[in-house]
Design a protein around this ligand. Structure first.
Ligand SMILES: Cc1cc2nc3c(=O)[nH]c(=O)nc-3n(C[C@H](O)[C@H](O)[C@H](O)COP(=O)(O)O)c2cc1C
Length: 348
């Protein structure tokens, strides 16, 4: 099996998986070629589509990369159905203005079983998870197939659960992070900044810990490593790379003086996620916490906003450090982060 400590020692810069088209196979391949660890997101894809992306990454020459899965969320409650019905009527007005219909409040598990089966066959070096911790059985199947497993966590308790089930490593995600919070139970989230969470997780578990959340430059990488992380994972820092599949409107918003801050919101997907604060977030601050139903409901609205190139209606996922995202080819960014981290005293 892939030795995660050694892998992270060799590749201390991890490019975060960013589902929804942002992380392209070209981005993963460029990062891995530059000596980082590229992560291919599987979220929202069918198992077949994931298989095709893995082939594409391998076709681009990458061998050492991670694949990231969304662990299934807990199922719906009757109260959740009432909240979804209320949110549907709020969204209907927005949909009407955009000449689309609100999507179905559908529950699904993101093709979980088929993707796990596919990854057992595909034998990629690393499989990471967000939104929850898989069963011991799934983690064992993947390890037996030769993959190291990483569970993303937002609390010490989540880290302990992941290790007890046999995860080979954890990714400690601070509240600064762009995109979805990895929290296992969004109803009981604990939104701690990375600088507080990381040392506590490092003390609590005896597996390699990867740090994520607001890591934008080499000084941030060095700080994470000096707090005991084996590697630093960045998402927002890669959004402006030419290999990033982020929509041009999304890329432009990162430097637009009209966007000054980020917020955590359930408005787009029903799971807390951090994005640039825009009209859609401000107008739907009481959206229900019901994933993936809300994701499916808002999908046509987000697509219409994207077609209209309207940043006020799109999910512009970004972490708190978004203003420091650089427009650099991904391989160059990996090299610059390493150089800066070394300059800031890190040994890597
Ligand atoms: C656009 C975007 C999409 C994301 N999608 C995923 C995902 O599919 N899976 C995942 O585990 N994390 C996802 N994340 C979170 C990252 O893994 C990581 O925790 C985060 O980017 C770190 O914080 P930073 O954005 O400040 O670097 C996403 C982040 C962004 C910005």
């Amino acid at each position: 099996m892939m030795d995660l400590s050694r892998l992270c020692e060799e590749r201390p810069i991890v490019q975060a998986p960013m589902a929804g088209g942002t992380t392209t196979p070209a981005l993963v391949a460029a990062v891995s070629a530059a000596g980082g660890l590229g992560s291919l997101p599987a979220g929202y894809l069918t198992a077949d589509a994931l298989g095709a992306r893995i082939d594409e990454v391998r076709g681009l020459g990458a061998r050492t990369f991670a694949v990231n899965l969304f662990a299934p969320s807990s199922s719906r409650s009757p109260e959740c159905d009432d909240a979804l019905a209320a949110y549907r009527s709020v969204l209907a007005a927005v949909a009407h203005r955009l000449a689309v219909e609100v999507g179905p409040a559908r529950y699904d598990d993101d093709d979980w079983d088929a993707k796990v089966d596919l990854l057992v066959e595909a034998r990629v070096p690393v499989v990471s998870f967000t939104f929850g911790c898989p069963s011991e059985e799934v983690l064992t199947r993947l390890r037996t197939a030769g993959s190291a497993t990483i569970v993303t966590v937002t609390t010490v308790a989540e880290a302990r659960t992941a290790v007890a089930r046999g995860a080979d490593g954890v990714c400690a995600q601070g509240v600064e992070a762009g995109g979805h919070r990895a929290t296992f139970d969004p109803e009981h989230a604990d939104d701690r900044p990375l600088a507080e969470l990381l040392p506590d997780v490092v003390r609590a578990v005896d597996v390699p810990v990867i740090a994520a959340g607001g890591i934008m430059d080499g000084a941030d990488v060095a700080a994470a490593l000096s707090s005991g992380a084996v590697a630093a994972q960045s998402g927002t820092a890669f959004l402006r790379c030419p290999e990033s599949g982020a929509q041009p409107v999304h890329k432009a918003a990162l430097t637009d003086p009209d966007f000054t801050e980020t917020s955590l919101t359930c408005a787009f997907t029903g799971r807390p996620a951090r994005g640039l604060t825009n009209r859609f977030i401000l107008d739907h601050s009481d959206a229900p916490c019901a994933y993936p139903q809300v994701h499916h409901m808002t999908k046509p609205l987000r697509a219409a906003a994207t077609r209209a190139a309207d940043p006020e209606g799109m999910a512009l996922w970004a972490g708190t450090g978004f203003r420091r995202a650089r427009e650099l080819p991904a391989g160059e960014l990996v090299a610059v982060l390493r150089e800066e981290a070394a300059g800031a005293g890190a040994t890597l």
